[in-house]
Design a protein around this ligand. Structure first.
Ligand SMILES: C[S@@+](CC[C@H](N)C(=O)[O-])C[C@H]1O[C@@H](n2cnc3c(N)ncnc32)[C@H](O)[C@@H]1O
Length: 216
């Protein structure tokens, strides 16, 4: 699905009008357009029959854990070329910029996520390159490190992501995964670095999420 012309402006206006500017606990001073009780995302769905699950409208435990990790250890990305895989709202990209990344490539398959990432990055004065793509079918990116926030929530997707990340590992990229322990997380391929008490799904479900190194 592509968003162009009128549909693109409609998405921008909808997000800016109906997703209130919300402060983000884990990123002091940052504000993002996030879904609230009156955002009516089903209205947006009615405007576009190809509408996907609006993951981009919420913050997720995996991304939040990566944000906390980068606040503690900015040297993980400082001066490095970063890819934010499955950028959603753009949360992890904004955190990587704050930690001093040299460049950030935010990638998401969902065109609404691309719009949300662009708007949220601009709101927080962050420069990004944003790509709409199913990353699993793309070549290994020209970056140093990949931050993977919460993308192991479906079996098929988890298998595709793992195969893609394997190619990236072979190309000697560093890969850090943030995840609250979703069902399809490839646990045997992950080494825990640290874990954090972070709320999942827009702050509504308290829990713990880890930051892991993806490895052989
Ligand atoms: C649960 S959200 C996590 C968003 C963000 N990383 C966070 O932690 O807040 C997962 C994101 O991965 C994106 N995604 C799913 N499959 C993808 C694919 N094949 N390539 C790129 N992005 C994908 C979804 O569109 C969604 O925005």
């Amino acid at each position: 699905m592509d968003l162009t012309g009128a549909a693109l402006s409609e998405a921008e206006v909808y997000i800016q009008t109906h997703l209130p500017l919300t402060e983000v606990d884990d990123l002091p001073g940052a504000r993002m357009h996030l879904a609230g009780p009156r955002s009516g995302l089903s209205r947006l769905q009615r405007l576009n029959p190809h509408f996907m699950m609006p993951y981009w409208a919420h913050l997720w435990g995996g991304g939040r854990a990566l944000v906390r990790f980068l606040a503690e250890r900015p040297e993980a990305v400082a001066g490095r070329r970063v890819m934010d895989l499955g950028s959603g709202s753009g949360l992890v990209s904004i955190a990587a910029a704050r930690a001093g990344a040299a460049s950030i490539l935010a990638v998401d398959v969902d065109p609404y996520a691309v719009v949300a990432t662009r708007l949220n990055a601009a709101l927080n004065g962050v420069a990004l390159t944003i790509l709409q793509a199913d990353i699993t079918g793309e070549p290994v990116p020209g970056v140093d490190i990949i931050l993977v926030g919460d993308v192991f929530y479906e079996l098929g997707l988890a298998e595709q992501m793992t195969a893609f990340l394997d190619r990236c590992l072979e190309a000697r990229l560093e890969i850090l995964v943030g995840d609250p322990g979703r069902e399809f997380l490839p646990r045997d391929r992950l080494g825990l670095i640290s874990d954090y008490e972070v709320a999942d799904f827009g702050g509504r479900i308290p829990g713990v999420a880890g930051v892991f190194r993806f490895q052989r």
